[in-house]
Write a protein that binds this ligand. Structure first.
Ligand code: CMX
Length: 431
């Protein structure tokens, strides 16, 4: 891992100096204000985290290290991992090194499969994945080295070891969960000749004569890799990691957050909503029929999954990239056509409700239709795919956080009474 280690050592040393200098020169300066509605509104818009891996401008969507995600859609997930960590795209030698590391580290301890076998057969695939990650905690290099007195400036190297081991094993674990949970037959051995995404596709066992499903998996793993630090899964993982809990604890914690229907589970909910409309109307529903169904969903005080976002105020570029893939490969697929009709119908419905700040599709609105086309129809599994990808960002953020020496996370709280008193005293309005 020489190339990546050497590069990171340089990048992180510079980053530590930069952060120290900012803190020393400007530590007492004010960079924002907090309105009462933010305190009551899930800390929306409060800047309290430092994250260099990616940004999500509300009017543009995900950028990885300054590069719009749409421009990275043809890249391999391994390249994106290097980019997330170092800020630069890798050359061929660096990609080869990461692939070799993944291939060398990918053996899943057999007790992981014993634990999965012992779980109830109807366990949610996300509960299975997060249990598998957590049960491997005894493998943590960080935890072992911490116990034997590791100095602070080596934390990032130990976190990188844990990150690489986890990323190497996750596809095999995730594929095994798919095959076990949905009775697809025995586990499929990994193929060391394949890249990370293609190997995951191979181990899932989806029939793929033209290699298109492998192509989709690479795209899927790139598009979901990271989304800043404020989202539930990244924020949870970094909070847990800030206590120096190792990546097995922190990744599992973050992915438990991803398993919520307002976050990563929305891809499962979205496909279910789309197929519900198809069942209700007996085929590909018209825009008018979907409009009515969306209105009924909102009237029943439910959300339309795959639409809206806490930060974005435009169509999610990851949705755009998925739709481009569908149009190029199977424009006539009925589920895909329904997703496009949903896109024609739903924003107009959501715009009727001024409280909904973003009527546009997010990443989860189209992905299920593409997976379905290739036979991966089990929607309950979709958040596991999302998780394997998001592990790239979460583990990269952890390496950087340890390398930058970020402190334990400890925001402050207030009581309802004190909030009211402070608000009544304040004469300043946000803006
Ligand atoms: N359908 C119906 N109502 C919606 C909605 C949607 N798609 N999006 C937002 N709203 C509602 C909210 O539930 C909220 O209602 P209440 O005031 O009654 O609680 C109101 O509009 C205001 O919400 P907002 O400020 O626009 O959005 P939030 O930042 O509170 O929430 C999100 C963002 C994503 C949770 C929300 O848009 C949503 O629930 N969308 C559907 C679920 C989904 O697709 N989640 C995946 C997001 C991407 C990801 O993290 O993976």
């Amino acid at each position: 891992m020489k190339i990546l280690n050497d590069k990171l050592a340089k990048v992180l040393a510079a980053k530590r100096d930069e952060l120290k200098a900012i803190g020393k020169e400007h530590g007492d300066k004010v960079v924002g204000q907090i309105a009462v509605e933010q305190v009551l509104g899930g800390a929306r818009g409060m800047v309290a985290l430092v994250c260099d891996t990616s940004t999500v401008p509300a009017d543009k969507g995900l950028h990885i290290r300054g590069i719009p995600i749409g421009e990275l859609a043809e890249r391999l997930p391994e390249e994106i991992y290097y980019l997330l960590l170092t800020g630069e795209l890798p050359d061929a030698a660096a990609v080869k090194e990461i692939n070799a590391e993944f291939a060398q580290r990918n053996k899943v301890p057999s007790y992981v499969f014993d634990v999965l076998d012992a779980m109830p057969a109807d366990s949610h695939p996300m509960a299975m994945l997060n249990t598998a990650v957590l049960v491997m905690q005894r493998e943590s290099v960080f935890a072992k080295r911490y116990e034997s007195g590791m100095p602070k400036d080596e934390y990032w190297q130990a976190a990188l070891e844990d990150g690489l081991n986890l990323l190497a094993r996750l596809p095999g674990i995730a594929a095994a969960i798919y095959r076990k949970r949905f009775k697809k037959g025995p586990r499929i051995e990994s193929n060391p000749k394949l890249d990370w995404g293609a190997n995951y596709a191979h181990m899932l066992g989806i029939d793929d004569p033209k290699g298109e499903f492998k192509q989709l998996m690479r795209l899927y793993l790139v598009l979901h890799c990271d989304h800043g630090a404020g989202n539930v899964s990244a924020c949870t993982a970094s909070t847990v990691g800030s206590a120096l809990s190792d990546l097995y604890y922190s990744l599992s914690a973050g992915l438990n957050g991803l398993a919520g229907p307002l976050h990563g589970l929305a891809n499962q909910e979205c496909l279910k909503w789309v197929t519900e409309t198809m069942e209700k109307f007996g085929g590909v529903p018209s825009v008018a029929q979907i409009t009515k169904y969306a209105e009924e969903t909102i009237a029943a005080k439910r959300v339309v999954p795959g639409y809206g976002h806490a930060v974005l105020r435009v169509e999610d570029p990851r949705f755009t990239a998925f739709v481009k893939f569908g149009k190029a490969h199977f424009p006539e697929d009925p589920v895909f056509k329904t997703v496009q009709n949903v896109y024609q119908a739903v924003p107009a419905v959501l715009k009727q409700h001024p409280k909904i700040k973003n009527p546009w599709p997010n990443v989860d609105a189209a992905s299920g239709s593409l997976l379905c086309h290739y036979g991966l129809t089990e929607a309950d599994y979709y958040t596991v795919l999302f998780s394997v990808s998001r592990a790239l960002g979460i583990t990269a953020q952890a390496v950087l956080a340890r390398g930058m020496g970020l402190p334990i996370f400890r925001p402050s709280d207030t009581t309802t009474k004190k909030l009211r008193e402070a608000a009544e005293k304040s004469t300043t309005k946000a803006g």
